[in-house]
Design a protein around this ligand. Structure first.
Ligand code: SF4
Ligand code: SF4
Length: 370
């Protein structure tokens, strides 16, 4: 059996912030129940037991939201306790938590360090850039508090990375953000394109990331990264690392770069399971860990053809020279009304046109060292 990855939503979509572009708020608004409240310890135990009885070799347990730290530390302590109780197959367990960073404090930081959690903190850049869309419930900026908490994670020695949402406002300012990350020793970065609401034509929101803007962003970011690489001190940027891995003949670890959806188990607070964080809506419900085994959930995934439907069959991609590297991008950004054409196709083409030769150089250099 392959390694298993479950993503839990301990606090459902409940959150202590109100970011204008929140994709999960949009997802929640498209299902019967907006929120499933908070995951009970009984449900948590059912999930951990079923997953660990099934797992072989390794198991990643991610906690995401909404904001997972709205569930108290006790919930996560119990998770560790259940992991010890049910790890009969002696699998390697990784705990990963994605947070907006607002609620963290010394106690959280010490807990993460002690339990070897990998923490992702959402930060969109320096003060003005971050605060533009990432607001508190009262509509105030959150940058100052979040940066204080990032410094705390650094001080306590927590392993963490930064997740930045690339949107129409922040993308053109990437040079400024890159300098900011560098100055603050933030060296593990992941940039994800902002999503427009589900089933809506792209580009209609104030925050929307348009393809040309995203293409320019990728080029600018790559040039900055490449310049640093020449001096032997570039940060880790997940997307570029994955492209280089593909060029070296490896499997990208990021599911949106494989050309086919991965097998995931996204668990809402009531124990219900969905195939991807972008599809936590009623029609994609695969079962519930309170009553179903992993095998039954997998069977339902097959019945609704979730993975099969994600195979990229777009004609443009089939005749595209960049397809072995690009693979058509994430299925969530393919447009049904345009024969599943990738919304960011133009961005990828701009990027590969400008940066592929340098990327190949990097891959060649690495393959001669390995
Ligand atoms: S829809 Fe995108 S993010 Fe979700 S599993 Fe598929 S490729 Fe991954
Ligand atoms: S660049 Fe466009 S056409 Fe080519 S593989 Fe990527 S999404 Fe498809």
């Amino acid at each position: 059996m392959p390694p298993i990855h479950v993503l839990l939503k301990p606090a459902s979509g409940n959150c202590n912030m109100r970011c204008d572009y929140c994709f999960y708020y949009d997802t929640m608004s498209k299902r019967k129940e907006l929120t499933y409240g908070f995951m009970s310890l009984d449900t948590l135990e059912d999930v951990i037991e079923k997953v660990l009885l099934y797992a072989e070799k390794s198991c990643t347990i991610s906690y995401q939201g909404g904001e997972p730290t709205l569930s108290q530390i006790h919930f996560f302590e119990k998770s560790i306790e259940f992991q010890k109780k049910y790890n009969v197959n002696q699998v390697e367990i990784h705990n990963v938590l994605q947070t907006n960073g607002l609620h963290l404090n010394q106690e959280w930081a010490e807990f993460f360090a002690k339990q070897n959690f990998l923490v992702g903190v959402s930060l969109d850049g320096g003060p003005k850039i971050h605060d533009y869309y990432r607001k508190s419930i009262k509509g105030e900026g959150t940058f100052v508090k979040i940066m204080q908490n990032i410094e705390l994670l650094q001080k306590v020695g927590v392993e963490f990375n930064i997740l930045s949402v690339v949107n129409g406002k922040t993308a053109p300012l990437i040079k400024k953000s890159y300098r900011f990350y560098k100055k603050n020793h933030l060296e593990f970065l992941q940039f994800i394109p902002c999503l427009d609401p589900m089933n809506e034509l792209g580009g209609g929101r104030e925050y929307s990331l348009k393809p040309v803007v995203y293409g320019k962003f990728l080029i600018d970011l790559f040039e900055l990264w490449y310049e640093d690489l020449q001096q032997g001190r570039q940060p880790y940027i997940r997307q570029f690392e994955n492209y280089i891995a593909i060029l070296l003949g490896k499997m990208p670890e990021s599911c949106d770069m494989r050309g086919i959806c991965g097998k995931q188990y996204v668990v809402e607070a009531d124990g219900a399971v969905y195939p991807c964080d972008f599809y936590v809506i009623d029609q994609y419900r695969l079962g519930n860990f309170k009553t179903d085994k992993v095998e039954q959930i997998d069977q339902r995934r097959t019945e609704i053809n979730f993975i099969e439907d994600s195979i990229n069959k777009n004609k443009l991609c089939q005749s595209c020279g960049y397809a072995p590297l690009c693979r058509g991008g994430c299925r969530r950004n393919r447009q049904k009304e345009e024969s599943n054409k990738q919304y960011f196709c133009q961005s990828y083409r701009m990027f590969f046109d400008a940066c592929l030769p340098k990327m190949m150089q990097v891959a060649e250099r690495l393959s001669s060292i390995q």
